[in-house]
Write a protein that binds this ligand. Structure first.
Ligand code: C5P
Length: 289
């Protein structure tokens, strides 16, 4: 299941349910976590790959996804889940949501739940779970769970710079509320410039309108990200942005060659914990085997 970056992230006011109204453009990139679900005597979860700090119990969104599909199907959640993580943990790339979406798909297939039931189950689990089912590029509204595909004509080439520590999504939204209470910038709730750039434009046109309302909050919580963004610009990225609630930074490049060169330059300078080269859009919800 793919990771995502928000090409546009406009955050409106907090709603009565505690979530914020969003106008966002999700974009799926080819960094994948893999989930294998096998019938077993009881529910269990095994983690592999870069899974530091990821819970292997009911705290994990994938575990909750298995329980939700089972209850929807009227069966007991007897499945062994094995998750191999490549998407950065707590990185602003919706890795936990991708694992939950993959678990929904795998368990639905085990327990004969129609795939048309999955978007509603995804929205129950979290704001970012519905998108990895769909993949591609999509406009997200509501708290991010109401999706409409956005057509685009080009492949975008990215470098992602991973940080040493995660940022809690809830904390980033709280920080933004505080900044706004103190007079910070108004929300950017118009994604039309980005949809136009995606439909007709070059990577340069997309770069010119990348926007993330949560970026000032992420920079306040993790000031070292400023240096990461500066380093990406210095080494020739078209544009750089904090991915979602951070701390992963996403750099848009003109082509695959430039992305490989930028990643090598950032690695040589020791910027961030690691870099990943990826491209998008990539499809969602794929079942392998
Ligand atoms: O839905 P999810 O569990 O991914 O959200 C994590 C937290 O991020 C929420 O508890 C909320 O504090 C914040 N959030 C928000 N508005 C959104 C999405 C998430 O305030 N639209």
């Amino acid at each position: 299941m793919p990771a995502k970056v928000n090409l546009h992230l406009g955050v409106g006011p907090e709603r009565l349910d505690g979530f914020h109204e969003l106008v966002t453009i999700f974009h799926a990139v080819d960094l994948f976590d893999e989930v294998v679900a096998t019938s077993a005597p009881a529910l269990s979860l095994t983690l592999r790959g870069n899974a530091d700090g990821v819970p292997d119990d009911a705290q994990n969104l994938a575990w909750r996804a298995a329980v939700l599909v089972a209850s929807h199907a009227g069966v007991s959640p007897d499945v062994a889940l094995e998750i191999t993580k490549a998407i950065p943990v707590a990185g602003g790339m919706a890795g936990g949501s991708a694992d939950a979406a993959a678990t929904l798909v795998a368990c639905a297939s085990l327990w004969d739940v129609p795939s048309s039931d999955l978007p509603a189950l995804a929205a129950e689990l979290g704001s970012d779970v519905a998108f990895p089912l769909l993949g591609g590029t999509a406009l997200g509204t509501g708290r991010g769970e109401i999706l409409r595909p956005v057509p685009m004509t080009q492949t975008l080439h990215w470098v992602f710079v991973l940080a040493d520590h995660g940022i809690s999504t809830a904390e980033a939204f709280r920080e933004l509320d505080q900044q706004r209470a103190a007079g910070a910038a108004a929300p950017a709730l118009d994604a039309a410039p980005m949809t136009a750039a995606l439909r007709d434009g070059s990577p340069q046109a997309v770069a010119a309108v990348l926007h993330n309302d949560l970026q000032p909050a992420a920079l306040a919580l993790a000031p070292a990200l400023r240096r990461t963004l500066d380093a990406g610009h210095e080494h020739g990225a078209l544009a750089g942005i904090v991915s979602g609630s951070g701390p992963t930074c996403a750099f848009l490049c003109a082509d695959a060659d430039d992305a490989a060169k930028l990643a090598a330059a950032l690695d040589a300078d020791g910027v961030g914990r690691a870099t990943r080269v990826a491209s998008g859009p990539t499809p969602g919800a794929t079942r392998v085997g």
